[in-house]
Design a protein around this ligand. Structure first.
Ligand code: GLU
Length: 441
């Protein structure tokens, strides 16, 4: 059986790191097994779903190199869901309810007060046809619930292991709202069944859904796929990330200079027993991925970890990979190779290149300690005007050493700080070779 997976975001917002985990796991499983990876847009909510987010989701996946084989939109499949609903009605597993949200709320509160689980009491099952007609006339169409069989629902989860949920502890799920909108639980099952999805990988917030969905799949005569629920991400201290996810949108990380392979490498390993390793190709990620290495415990995510990985990724890149970015800064073609080899080890994100190019072109604001003021004045008076070359630094520092008697760190460090305005950076011989303005204080 070929593997079929799907990544099923609702286009009601942009993708964030939590969604990425789901997308990546499904993608890697499929690429490893050689199957079909479907991008499914769960857009049955016409008010909250926006084309802007559909486009945004695709852009973000493309940026990461996560390629889908096919796109499906739930809004285009409504008649399939209607057929399924009809089938559930015919087999007596679907019933109409009329409680208003406030009534349901009240029922739940009463149950909780009595120490009972807040499970829907199925009062609507006792309504006669005449009572339903009266309620419909008064309140409009009802909402529809799937009647669960009260038995234990069991599956072996690809991450969580053996799961057993008592269906009696779960409310009969609402599958159609009063306004006729199909809800995710039904739409997802119909799609998974009809599209031959073999592996469902999603966040552990869906475990209860899975229990009810297994019964719905069986009721509709479909094949139950295998399920794996990955843990949810928390912040570095274990705090819930849900409120901050808005600021961890993939496009924001991209904006901040995070490189795709930094993000993919971290996400492919975080929460697993394997160490995080920087991968620089999708093949490497695919080869190293094994979902059985992931654990059930919440996974701590610290966005700061993305920056050292980004820096390491950039250090390893040849000029060809960044030629456009280098050219866009205005670096002339004959200096590009030298420029990139000099700066790549001194940047965290690509955007840092601009600062170095500015320095090479226009010089830095010199940093001169009081005790070095005279020394620097002497040294600078011995430096000719540009152009400089590969030997400028060696020649200059030899002459300054001769004239001032300084050597070692006492010679080089004040010069570095005067020329670059900082205590660390590329080899000074390279800096001088690229410098186009004579340093001043
Ligand atoms: N649209 C659902 C979500 O984003 C999909 C869940 C699933 O993978 O079934 O949570």
């Amino acid at each position: 059986m070929t593997t079929v997976t799907r990544f099923a975001p609702s286009p009601t917002g942009y993708l964030h790191v939590g969604n990425l985990r789901t997308a990546l796991f499904n993608y890697l499983i499929t690429r490893k097994a050689g199957g079909t990876f479907i991008l499914r847009l769960d857009d049955t909510d016409p008010e909250r779903s926006k084309q802007e987010y559909v486009d945004g989701i695709k852009q973000d996946l493309e940026w990461l190199g996560i390629e889908w084989d096919r796109v499906e939109r739930q809004s285009e499949r409504l008649e399939r869901y209607e057929d399924a609903a009809q089938k559930l009605r015919e087999i007596g597993r679907f019933y109409e309810c009329f409680e208003a949200p406030t009534e349901l709320d009240l029922k739940r509160k009463k149950q909780l007060n009595m120490g009972k689980p807040p499970v829907y009491d199925r009062a609507a099952l006792d309504l006669s046809e005449a009572e339903k007609d009266a309620l419909r006339a008064e309140r409009g169409q009802g909402h529809w619930r799937f009647k669960l069989d009260h038995e234990r629902i069991e599956w072996t989860d690809g991450i969580l292991g053996d799961i057993s949920i008592d269906a009696a502890s779960v409310s009969d799920p609402v599958l159609i709202r009063g306004d006729g909108q199909f809800l995710y639980t039904l739409a997802s099952v119909v799609d998974d069944t009809e599209m031959g999805v073999t592996n469902v990988v999603r966040g552990s917030d869906h475990v209860t859904n899975t229990a009810t969905q297994i019964q719905i799949i069986r009721a509709l005569g479909g094949d139950v796929p295998s399920f794996a629920h990955h843990s949810l991400l928390t912040g570095p201290q274990g705090e819930a990330l849900s409120k901050r996810l808005g600021t961890l949108a993939l496009r924001d990380l991209r904006e901040r200079g995070v490189e795709p392979f930094a993000l993919l490498s971290l996400m492919a390993r975080l929460g697993s027993s394997q160490p995080v390793e920087l991968c620089t190709s999708m093949d490497e990620l695919v080869d190293g991925f094994d979902i059985s290495n992931f654990g059930a415990a919440p996974t701590k995510f610290d966005e700061q970890d993305l920056f050292p990985l980004t820096a390491r990724y950039l250090h390893g890149l040849p000029l060809e990979a960044v030629a456009d970015d280098v050219a866009a800064l205005g670096v002339p073609a004959d200096k590009a190779e030298k420029f990139w080899s000099v700066v790549r080890e001194n940047i965290t994100v690509k955007g840092d290149m601009a600062g170095w190019w500015d320095l090479f072109q226009n010089g830095a604001t010199a940093v001169v300690d009081d005790e070095d003021a005279e020394f620097i004045a002497t040294a600078l008076s011995m430096l000719p005007e540009p152009p400089y070359g590969d030997n400028t630094w060696a020649t200059w520092t030899a002459e300054v050493k001769e004239a001032t008697g300084r050597k070692g760190k006492g010679l080089f460090m004040p010069l570095r700080k005067a020329v670059t305005g900082q205590a660390r950076g590329p080899e000074m011989a390279d800096v001088m070779a690229l410098l186009q303005t004579k340093p001043t204080v």
